[in-house]
Design a protein around this ligand. Structure first.
Ligand code: ADP
Length: 161
């Protein structure tokens, strides 16, 4: 069985992430969404909440699992027996850093192949950070994130204006 990991911060999951994930789940037999626990950067949502939201919005994808990890992605992939690392690509601006990451991961784990999926046109400008900024300024994230996430985002910024 081919296991693929899809690592990221997912703070929070957006329709862009979900689209990549749905497409990846049609290509690979077993897909793990791997939420990076970043000890130096706390983020907006605690990682347990990010994991819970992803579980809820991916419950229709039967071959998708959600997990969290810290440390090197290449080592995490080895522990999971994963041979594929999925990343999404938006504009050319993603290319530089993604190439660097892919080459570094290849060096650390030669068995791990990075596979890039192109964003869908409607998600080209979606990023977790832009959405957080938008909602913090009073805008609505509807149509950019799953309904549950839009609700949680609105609650966060109502409580801490
Ligand atoms: P990271 O902090 O590792 O970049 P993110 O949660 O921001 O984690 O993103 C995880 C992955 O999803 C990355 O490969 C990123 O390029 C991809 N991604 C994020 N937003 C989109 C989008 N709108 N369309 C396609 N891919 C996306």
């Amino acid at each position: 069985m081919v296991t693929a990991i899809y690592p990221g911060s997912f703070d929070p999951i957006t329709n862009g992430h979900l689209d990549i994930l749905e497409r990846a789940s049609h290509i690979f037999e077993d897909v793990i969404v791997a939420v990076l626990v970043n000890t130096s950067k706390s983020g907006l949502f605690p990682h347990e909440e990010r994991v819970a939201m992803i579980r809820e919005v991916t419950s229709h994808l039967k071959n998708v699992r959600v997990d969290s990890f810290s440390g090197l992605t290449a080592e995490y992939a080895r522990r999971q027996n994963a041979s594929i690392l999925i990343r999404g690509l938006r504009a050319v601006s993603d290319f530089d850093s993604e190439l660097r990451l892919a080459l570094t991961n290849k060096k650390l784990n030669p068995e791990l192949e990075t596979v890039f999926l192109m964003t869908s046109a409607e998600n080209l400008f979606l990023s977790s950070s832009t959405i957080k900024e938008l909602v913090s300024l009073g805008g609505s994230a509807e149509g950019m994130v799953p309904g549950l996430v839009a609700q949680r985002l609105a609650q966060k910024f109502q409580r801490n204006p």
